[in-house]
Design a protein. Structure first.
Length: 152
């Protein structure tokens, strides 16, 4: 049975900040966001493996597409990753995306790269988010997380 886990370094470094934020978070990372973008800054209150503690949903004002930015996306791509919008209504926003070639370790102690498929639903009225993550090609159970978001 193959089980995949992310090393502690990625989980600890999985924080993003918007331009203009101050304090300890500002020293972690910075991200330039297009003027007029809608940004949902989501803190995951409950999260299992492969669900980042913080995630940004960034809606482009001209295309209405949504990009994802979190510690895993940053470690692989160094920039936001476009998500596929499954549903976009005044009540909720449903997104899917895959982070490819994320570095980690197996339960047998070897290093490997894997793809992780994500689903997220942002609920407008409660400003909440639910997420699932599935490591592709491994028997890991689906990881889940819930959190709350602030529109910036």
């Amino acid at each position: 049975m193959k089980v995949f886990r992310i090393g502690a370094g990625l989980a600890i470094g999985a924080v993003m900040v918007l331009s203009g934020m101050t304090g300890a978070l500002a020293k972690q990372s910075s991200l330039v966001i297009a003027p007029g973008s809608t940004v949902y800054d989501c803190q995951m209150g409950m999260h299992e493996s492969f669900i980042p503690p913080r995630i940004l949903l960034i809606r482009d004002p001209s295309t209405h597409k949504v990009a994802i930015y979190d510690g895993y996306v940053k470690s692989v791509y160094g920039r936001p990753l476009w998500a596929t919008t499954e549903e976009d209504t005044p009540q909720h926003l449903m997104l899917i995306w895959t982070v490819k070639n994320l570095k980690g370790d197996t339960n047998r102690g070897s290093s490997t790269n894997v793809d992780i498929h994500y689903n997220a639903t942002y609920v407008t009225g409660s400003r909440s988010i639910t997420m699932t993550a599935q490591v592709m090609g491994y028997v890991n159970p689906e990881s889940q997380g819930t959190g709350s978001c602030t529109q910036r």
